[in-house]
Design a protein around this ligand. Sequence first.
Ligand SMILES: [Mg+2]
Length: 285
Amino acid sequence: MSRPGEGRPVVCLDLDRTVIYSAAALALDGPDELAPRLLCVEVYRAAPLSFMTERAAQVYGRLTGEAHVVPTTTRTRAQLGRVRLPGPPAPFAVAANGGHLLVDGVPDPGWAALVRRRLADVAPIAEVRTHLDQVAGPFVRTLRDADELFAYAVVDRDALPAGWVDDLAGWCAPRGWRVSLQGRKVYAVPVPLTKSAAAQEVRARCGGGTLFAAGDSLLDTDLLETADVAVRPAHGELADTGWRRPHLTVTTTRGVAAGEELLDILVGQVISTRFSVSGNLGAGA
Ligand SMILES: [Mg+2]
């Protein structure tokens, strides 16, 4: 667990619906004239796709001044490459749910080899894809492999049959895979492919400082569990199940406002941890 003071803090941030938000996920429920100004941080096919509030972008910049900030996402490398977060490129980033550890934007070959060894213990992606092809109904709009590491389906949520996701999860479990439903996407991911393993690797390489994390979905559970200090928004898969832990703070706001709030919380926690560490060291000196 925590070894505060041994290195600069590491902050692992899930991106989608945690730090950045599509138009459908903004949840701007107040009067239009009071809506926050938004910064577009992702363009896809020449159209704006993901946003954060302008103020969240400022707070993100401040956080990068206080800690190693590590984008930690289930996005593929290409999908992550489209995201233009504030400030200079992150020295470390995690893509494909831990499948890639990017160092200055380049996949770390040692990490890739470790991931390949771990994935040899579970069903191959081809078997899962075949099953998905068989059970996909007209409610499945697209089926994709992500960097040959996991699979996901883009679905029509309104037409998704009750129990379909649970049935898929039941089929996946004995094969060493798990399922997560996020917005319009159903992910099937090998159990050994975790954000937490990659986050711990980054933390070790950064000197073993306190690990902070934020995330909103089931695929973030292990990351939030392994962190010393965790935050989640009041929306998303984890909010839907009321997931809480003693070291976890939950935002009071939802949607893009929660993205801003959780960055504020993290800056405050990073700073207070630093002061409590120096205070403890002072008391012991
Ligand atoms: Mg997310």
